[in-house]
Design a protein around this ligand. Structure first.
Ligand SMILES: [Zn+2]
Length: 288
């Protein structure tokens, strides 16, 4: 589903336990590949948060599609803990597929900064899930017209430039942060999350009794935990909530957001609602 958050286009699908893939087309980058939507094959860089199947199961399809369409080798950022196994997985697929399927695998750890060129870099931070998990923050440095020159006529600015004056200044900011699967502790502990223009945050559970405990036990976020952190999220321009459990209908999600989140926070939140609704085979049990 295409959506726009604080002026940044995303192409996103995310249902807890089923699949997560958040594409940022302007970066030619995706977070996770639970299954690989064909459009995600266009994204050369894929930042994997952890190795649960609903976040990594689509890696072979991504490799295969890029090979089929003769695109340059993908670049996979993978938490270091999974490096050997991911290499072995891809080696098996190459054997099975009897093709080269080239890819660059970059092991990452919290604190790493990966330069992508043209003023773009990826920060890696720690998330808090049942298995080793990282989040990513996309930071971009760009040249902007100096604040005091905004609004001046174009000819005047042109003349200043011609006279050798510096008319731009460097601005730098976190455009998108994606936490993967995590508890809400990531909001408390990670400044990059709180500084992001767009925060893509999982919200596996809503607000029914016991959902907070269930979220903590399984390493996920519930809506109440986000409401409690409204103040910490003041600087974030747009929050996209993802990874809702497959048991919830869209009306339940929208209703819970309405009654749980304070209005000031709610105004900046958009839920990623899946279409068509997913049916959960056992509505009493969720594993994500
Ligand atoms: Zn997971």
């Amino acid at each position: 589903m295409r959506l726009s958050a604080a002026g940044i286009e995303l192409d996103a699908v995310s249902v807890g336990g089923l699949e997560t893939c958040i594409q940022v087309p302007s970066w030619r980058l995706a977070f996770d590949l639970g299954r690989c939507p064909p459009s995600a094959a266009r994204q050369r860089t894929v930042c994997f948060t952890h190795a649960h199947i609903d976040h990594m199961g689509g890696i072979a399809t991504h490799l295969g599609l890029r090979d089929l369409w003769r695109m340059p080798p993908a670049r996979y950022l993978v938490p270091g803990e999974y490096l050997e196994d991911v290499q072995a997985l891809l080696a098996l697929w190459r054997r099975l597929d009897r093709s080269e399927l080239p890819a660059e695998i970059v092991p990452v750890a919290p604190g790493d900064v990966i330069e992508l060129g043209r003023g773009r870099r990826v920060h890696v931070f720690r998330s808090f899930h049942r298995i080793p998990t990282v989040g990513y923050a996309l930071e971009r440095t760009r040249q902007k017209l100096r604040a005091e020159l905004v609004g001046l006529p174009g000819e005047q600015i042109g003349a200043m430039r011609a006279a050798g004056e510096v008319i731009t200044e460097e601005v730098c900011g976190i455009e998108v942060a994606f936490c993967g699967d995590t508890t809400a502790a990531v909001i408390d502990r990670e400044p990059l999350v709180r500084r992001a223009k767009v925060l893509v945050l999982e919200c596996t559970f809503l607000d029914e009794p016991g959902s907070h405990e269930r979220a903590l036990r399984s390493g996920h976020v519930d809506l109440g935990a986000i409401a409690e952190r409204a103040e910490l999220l003041e600087a974030v321009e747009a929050i996209v909530l993802t990874h809702f459990s497959a048991r919830y209908h869209r009306e339940q999600i929208c209703g819970a957001i309405e009654r749980t989140l304070p209005p000031e926070l709610r105004a900046r939140v958009q839920p990623l609602l899946s279409e068509p609704p997913w049916s959960h085979p056992r509505s009493d049990k969720v594993t994500a």
